[in-house]
Write a protein that binds this ligand. Sequence first.
Ligand code: ARG
Ligand code: ZN
Length: 876
Amino acid sequence: MSQPQPVYLSDYQPPAYRVTHTALTFDLDPARTCVEARLTVERHPDAEAGTPLYLHGEQLTLEAVSIDGEPLADDAYRQNDKGLTIDAVPAAFTLETRVRIAPEANTALEGLYQSNGMYCTQCEAEGFRRITFYPDRPDVMAVFRVTVIGDARREPVLLANGNPVERGELDGGRHFVTWEDPHPKPAYLFALVAGDLACVEDRFTTMSGRDVTLQIWVEEENLGKTDHAMASLKRAMRWDEERYGREYDLDRFMIVAVNDFNMGAMENKGLNIFNAAAVLTHPDTATDGAFQQVEGIVAHEYFHNWSGNRVTCRDWFQLSLKEGFTVFRDQSFTADSNSSALKRIQDVAFFRTAQFAEDAGPTAHPVRPESYIEITNFYTLTVYEKGAEVVRMLKNLVGWDAFRRGSDLYFERFDGQAVTIEDFVGCMAETSGQDLSQFMRWYQQAGTPEIDAHGEYDYVNAEYRLTLRQRTPATAGQQAPEPLHIPVRMGLIGTKSGHDLTLTLDGEKRGCDTVLHLREPEQTFVFTDVAEAPTPSLLRHFSAPVKLHFPYSREDLAFLLTQDSDGFNRWEASQRLAMLALNDLIAAHRNGVEKVMDSRVVDAYRTLLDAPAADKAVLAEMLRLPSEAYIAEHQPLVDVDAIHAAREFVRQSLGFALRDAFETLYRANQSDEPYAPTPEQIGRRSLKNVALGYLMAVEDEAGIALCQAQFDAGHNMTDVRQALTLLVHSGRDDLSAPALKAFGDKWAHDPLVMDQWFSLQVSRPQAEVLDRVKYLMAHPAFSLRNPNKVRALLGTFAQNRVNFHRLDGAGYTLLADAVIELDRLNPEMAAGLMTPLTRWRRFDDTRQSLMRAELERIKDRPLSANVFEMVSKALG
Ligand code: ARG
Ligand code: ZN
């Protein structure tokens, strides 16, 4: 097999041929679906006559090809496993092809495939070429007309993009529906669904008074699980009108839930296809976290209708143009509809764990990559989440007004076009009048920038000098990164008074909260008229995706924990304080010294528990210890066992020291009211469940009794799952085994609950987990073909730090075996699953060589381009 080759951004060429109209007819059959395509093609005015026409096409059986009704002679075209070249074509013509494909054999879940017997598609990024021969690139946009023919009984519902314009019966029990989508679109936004589906319908009146039909299509038994998705959709539609002036542009908007789906969801024009896990909720089956996730994903896909569909990407290097902007939009929406501090805390906690790890590993890449081998490997945290952070910085730099005007300009100027990140940033520069050229480096440089900050208070002159020094680590693609334009939002708090101090910088009064623009490698900011010695509150709201170092003492942090006027930074202080204690304990563990809990940290937590908190959800986050993965990101070399031991020690120490306070908190936040995913209730449950976690850390009978009672009460999945997780993780097998069995029996029919059942068992710290994983892989409810199951069982296991990183290497072997097997079925999933192995350089020598050996073993196999790219980068 020839080695897969990279594609480079710098090689971009506009398409030589445009497709203006695409007419498709699908005659569905699991083994031999017939796809007929009629494309209206025009040579681009700038392209030379005689330029061959190239069409992508993979795994297609070509049966017929003609131009303007004339079948092509065999020597008029050439075909290989990537596509079809036709040498001589007129300046404008109609191309017709007929191909066969086998949806039932499609386990990669890209192109047209079957899930639970229903047909569905996933075309982004390059799945359409597995459906028909086509210039499958986002800068080719056509109007689509699609006829779907299916069996009237097996596939009573036949859906595609746009509006249904014709339907009818055919011979042999078949029927058809024809759909038209008036908006020109790239092939990656094409969608088709056919099956025995039921629908929940609602309506929405847009800001200009147009009536839109909203439909959520699901399998019959899931009809009772769509309320939250529908409510979220309507709120998202209204929000986009109010915040961004964006109105929906078709008569209907459809969402379909499918069980087998590689990612969360897909924004196909008018016909979004969702992983069932990203749509279906019910208080008995979905946790608060799942409810929040559904709200966010429904909004995300809906927002793509403008940021992605009406204005799309010129090429896949620009992926963050639509994803970064759309993630930023969905984050803002969720922040507006819930506790905004909580949303920011959750996003930042996740970002600093997972994206920082990606940026520090061998697959680090800029928000706009310069090259890729397999584009599906680039639907990453960097493109999505760091891309969203970059858009957020942009908004903060130019201010909401200019940002909104920039957004309006972008949508107006580029409507119906496929554009670049420069086009987007250019609009912001234009409406704000700011020079954003240095800012563009955020899109070009990989790696997490670090800022070393230090401050000095000068009593005599009442000045505070804050020095910020920035550095971005070199990464594979960039040996000498250049200084970035970094917005550092901050305030100064009087250490004695506890009050926010007014900031005067360069003679200018700036209120109590300001944004410093760090552009140079090192800059000193001198604040004048600083009446008392301050404690700085830095990088408020995580104003830039960087690591900020400041020599805070425990006293400083305990102070900020209660005195910072910025809720986000109060949480930040809690995390930094916990990290100081954890770092000491990690060192103690490594040195074989007895571990002692820092009483100042205990006191700080006691203060938190004593003070009535306005936002319960935020308090819960403050009481939550940084995850093992987060702690690891802040260690030069990851010591898996020391991190685990230190964190367990802190959990137990806090549990023991503050047992009564936690119990009081638990009881005060219990409630019998009917479940609703309101911010108020979510905050209460979150706080109660954090308290229960500490009570269970104590390992006394009273805590266990509370936990068992919560499980038995079965009020809602949030409470049940937390109770079950704590029982299972407690190591008390006499309690966890019956509970697990009861839960598994009760929910055997519900795949989304079984996902949770799988994952909570393999996240426990006990060493027999490895055998449990093997055992569960043979469970009838498990399947390597279902991405949710793979994530729940194998993905979760690979995040189980002590067990995945076992010193005998058995965890690595298990994962590598699964990657090899899965790669034959679903390359995109296989590449994602192996990510933890690629991070081998972060561990000790023993683990490094064990992980490397598994990577070498993978590398020696025949591989998909996806896994090949990951493994070569990991070893390269
Ligand atoms: N555009 C989709 C979304 O973010 C994701 C598509 C991902 N495609 C893929 N093959 N991973 O909503
Ligand atoms: Zn997206």
